[in-house]
Structures are given as C-alpha cells and as structure tokens.
Design a protein around this ligand. Sequence first.
Ligand code: TXA
Ligand code: MG
Length: 345
Amino acid sequence: MQTKIIIADENNLQALAEPAKAVADGKLVAFPTETVYGLGANAFDESAVKNIFKAKGRPSDNPLIVHICDKNDVGKLAREISENAKKLLDAFTPGPITLIFPKNKDINDAVTAGLDTVAVRIPIHPIARELIRQSGVPIAAPSANLSGKPSPTEAKHVIEDMNGRIEYIIDGGACSVGVESTVVDVTGEVPVILRPGGITLEDLQEIIPNSTVDPHIVDTMLPNEKPKCPGMKYKHYAPKAQVIVIEGKTEKVHEKIKELTEQYKAEGKKVGVMLKNKNDTSGADYVLFAGETNREYAVNLFSYLRDFDEHNIDVILAEFEETGGMGMAVKNRLYKSAGNYIIRV
Ligand code: TXA
Ligand code: MG
C-alpha cells in the first residue's frame, strides 16, 4: 500500500477532506492529537477496527479509545454517564483525558476487546477535532506506533512505523503534551486513574477531591495478572537500547551516571545519557536534555528514546526525580521503557 502524507495546519483544514472521507470509508488514517499521534478508523466499522490491530501488531485483547469532538456525543457511546463523569467532562474536555464508561450495545467487541466498558476521549487538537467532524463518525484510535515501540509525537515517527501499512498520515507537527491521555475509570464511586497522563492526579482532585490512582501505577513491581487497563500489562515504550533509570537527587545521580558510563564503555557499549539539565559530566557518547520539569520531560521522552535508537546507542542512562504532577506519567513510561531496571541512589 502506498501511504499518502498530508501536511495540515490550523489554517489549512480543508486538506483533511480526503483523509476524513477515507476514515468514513473504512480506511486507516494517522493523525496528530495534543498527546501523541493516533491511528484512526471508523469506530462503528468492525473490519476497519480489526485492521488497526493488524497494522500495529497489537494484541486483540487490548481495547481502543474512541475519539469524538463533541461532549454531546458521549451518550452515543456510553450507556450511563455518572455525576463524577459529568464533572470531569466539564472540567477537562476537550483535552488530554480519557474516561471509561459502561458501553452502549452498538459498540463492537473489536473496539472494546469484549469488555463491558468503552474508553472515550475528546481531544483538543484542532486537526484531530476537524478530522472527526469531517468524517462524521467516532474514531477508534490507539497511539500510531508499532506495538511495543515508543508512542509517536511527530509525523516522522509515524512514517517510521506505519509507512506502507495505512492509507494516510496527516502531518500536523509535534504534539504538545508528549505522553498519552490520562485514563480515568468513572464507573465506580470515586474516579480512579488507570493510566497517568496529560491531566494529573492533582488536577482531578481539584474537581473531585477523593480521586485516586490504581495501585499498580504507583508500585509498578506489584504482580498484575488482570490489570483494569489491559494495555498496561504489555512491554511498552521500549527502544532497541536497554534503558536504565537512575533516580534520586541530581548530584548523586550524576555521579552514578558517570560511573556506569565508564563501565559500559569499557565493555565496548555505546552509551546514551538523558539528563534533566545541561550540566553533563558523564563522558557518554550521546547526551540529551529532557528538561528541568517533568512537564518538559514528558514532551521530549518518547521522541528522545527514538533518537537514541537512531544513534545506535546500546545503553540509555536516564536521570529521573519524582516530584508529583506530571512526574507520575513520566515515571510510568520511563519505568516501562526500562522494563523496571531502576537504580535508586
Ligand atoms: O492520548 C491518548 O490516549 C492516545 C491518543 C491517540 O488519543 N491514545 C492512546 O491509545 O494512547 P492506546 O491504545 O495506545 O492506549 C489506550 C489505553 C490502553 O492501555 C488500553 O488498555 C486502555 O487505554 N483502555 C482502552 N479501553 C479501555 C477500557 N474499556 N477499560 C480500561 N482501559 C481501557
Ligand atoms: Mg499506545
């Protein structure tokens, strides 16, 4: 298949007419959102949805998020909208949050992997919104990476993974959040974060104070046979290189990174280092600065993991310090990319 690349921006939304028609006709289209790029299909077309799983190499027991552009359409997907859900919809949509609802019977099992719930997201990115609007259907979309790889935050990452596998890639520039949406279960008494993301726990608690987090996210070492968010059990966000997270206060982290860099280089390995600030003392082969704040770190993380691979790095030593807020989302992605290889100093 010849994949067509469409360049679009806020002032050129008519470029979306062709890919929007392709979605309505059952084809696959990758598009930018504020979090990461999505790989979309008409959510009501079961065979198109199944093709998403084929294109990504995604296990069929991992459900997809359904994207809409209008809050009033939630009722077309959800069987029931709780009071908590209404509050979160009002406060955070459109934006980087996904809510889990009891599903409407019209939604096919390919989208929800047979679950009785459906994940719904209303993105704020103008291109995503306009694509949904022009296609006239809800769009089921996972992140547009090959299964297991870091999520794409620029069109070139989507091209790397999906060229020849899908009909269209819409290039709308870099994503502003950089990690995926926060997945929140609103089917119970209190909202529970199943996957941390662009909206923080603190943000949720400002609206609903007893909002909480699934314990498996806080302690990634907990055995998790049946996670509530099925995608969380798979190996994820992994570059070719081995990632090692070095966690603690800056000075100690830098010392440890220097020591490990020497050690791995002596073994003939090519070492990459990802730091929060520009005071590099590591002597590594390739150094990237992810940003002082975890919000900046989130923007850069996935794109840097791919960048290290392009530079044929064998070992990535990544500095991290948990500081609340977006720290939870960064920690979750970083730990997974490292297969939980974490050194605390
Ligand atoms: O920001 C995002 O959420 C991006 C953009 C494209 O919107 N999408 C995204 O989709 O990250 P994906 O498929 O890569 O991740 C969706 C996550 C998976 O971990 C999946 O298991 C979970 O949401 N999920 C989907 N439906 C669910 C459901 N009914 N109950 C619990 N978790 C669900
Ligand atoms: Mg994904």
